[in-house]
Design a protein around this ligand. Structure first.
Ligand code: F6R
Ligand code: MG
Ligand code: MG
Length: 394
């Protein structure tokens, strides 16, 4: 994997000169390495470990740009490089950072230190080892706006509804109606996380079948989206389910995703529009409850009320010759997109709906349905009642 030859994506002839353009890869790799005051927020000493190692990797030329942030109790490493997807050096870098950050978390007795590091030895690819990964290898367009999303207290299927709205719903994305370069629609690669199978469905033609699948977000997860007319990749999400890796409840999968914007793709504002209202996602408190997702700026990226409500942050940036466009001091130019008051209504709705659900306590539908609860710790509690059930005729 790591030996992947990754030079060429395009040969351009400029004034008689043959210019070789390398592809650029955006990797966002995340892990809950331990947090402050319960499963709440990543504290500064953990960020410092991550920043120090990513800066070193940047200086040594392994990666071109990096940015460290958090979604609640999850440490998020954003890396831009030219090594391709599933590259063992990049994954190894993230794995080592998570291990060292875990040591720091242990030394401070932070809560849940190392909870997502499910395996002990790195084997070339961080997928399936606990941390979440979304990656996208692309040919940079003349201008390449990117949005990365990171959520806490939810699961990868949480992106199904917004991904559908962004790339298939003409009432969300005006470009599907107005821009001739988008009229051919988009293809959705959907993963069945229980049986490890995938299928590709094209919208608008197969929109109803797509909804039939991804309307069940705990099982069917939108993994990639491509523009139908040229297969241009434009959306990518993490698809891990920790409980399926570990065979028992070990925490949430707290997902990440990457979306490309503009010029024949959904505009930045069309990518963010689904978050003008809240919607319900699985995974709140103990991975066992439905909750309204709350879009927040980085300063509010911490989970409090009933360990939530589930939160999501969105960061915007431009790619520039294999890097994140940066200021004169080399600092990446990053926009904290949900910091904007335009998302105040969604935040207010999320708080109100959160309160409504909490009033219902442990009764469905506030609590997840029984199938999903099989992946939590509830079956252990019910085990002791097993032998007390007696047959009855009615
Ligand atoms: C963790 C999470 C939390 C925990 C809850 C109980 O990602 O979502 O809601 O499930 O705080 O945690 P423990 O069992 O560690 O006390
Ligand atoms: Mg945690
Ligand atoms: Mg988390």
């Amino acid at each position: 994997m790591g030996k992947r030859f990754n030079i060429t994506s395009r040969l351009n002839v400029h004034g008689g000169l043959l210019v070789i353009q390398k592809k650029t890869t955006i990797s966002i790799i995340k892990c809950d390495v331990g947090s402050l005051a319960g499963h709440h927020v990543v504290p500064e000493p953990i960020f410092s470990v991550a920043r120090m190692h990513l800066k070193k990797a940047q200086n040594e030329g392994l990666i071109n740009s990096q940015y460290v942030f958090n979604a609640g109790d999850d440490l998020e490493l954003l890396m831009v490089h030219q090594k391709g997807e599933n590259n063992s050096e990049i994954h190894n870098l993230a794995w080592n950072i998570f291990k060292e950050a875990t040591n720091k978390a242990k030394s401070l007795k932070l809560y849940g230190a190392g909870q997502d590091l499910l395996k002990t030895a790195f084997s070339g690819n961080i997928k399936g080892m606990g941390p979440g990964v979304a990656e996208m290898e692309i040919e940079e367009r003349d201008s390449e706006p990117i949005v990365v999303f990171a959520a806490d207290k939810t699961e990868p299927g949480a992106f199904n509804f917004p991904m559908f709205k962004i790339f298939a719903d003409p009432n969300n994305t005006a470009g599907l109606v107005i821009d001739p370069s988008m009229i051919g629609g988009f293809k959705f690669e959907v993963l069945d996380v229980i049986e490890n199978k995938k299928v590709v469905l094209k919208c608008p033609e197969e929109m109803y079948e797509l909804i039939a699948l991804i309307g069940t977000p705990e099982r069917y997860v939108v993994a990639h989206v491509r523009r139908a007319r040229d297969n241009l990749v434009c959306g990518s999400t993490s698809t891990t389910r920790l409980s399926l890796i570990a065979g028992k409840y070990v925490g949430k999968d707290d997902p990440v995703s990457i979306v490309r914007a503009q010029h024949g793709l959904p505009a930045l504002g069309e990518i963010l529009a689904p978050y003008m209202h809240t919607f319900f996602v699985e995974g709140w408190m103990r991975g066992s409850h439905w909750g309204p997702i709350m879009p927040v700026g980085l300063k509010n990226s911490c989970c409090t009320a009933f360990d939530g409500p589930p939160r999501i942050v969105a960061l915007g940036f431009q790619l520039c010759n294999g890097k994140i466009a940066s200021d004169d001091n080399g600092e990446p130019l990053i926009c904290d997109l949900f910091e904007d008051p335009a998302f105040d209504l969604a935040r207010k709705e999320a708080i109100e709906y959160a309160a409504v659900f909490r009033r219902m306590g442990e009764f469905e539908p506030a609590r997840l349905g029984s199938n999903s609860m099989e992946y939590t710790t509830l079956p252990k509690v019910l085990e002791k009642l097993k032998n007390r059930f007696v047959k009855t005729d009615v």
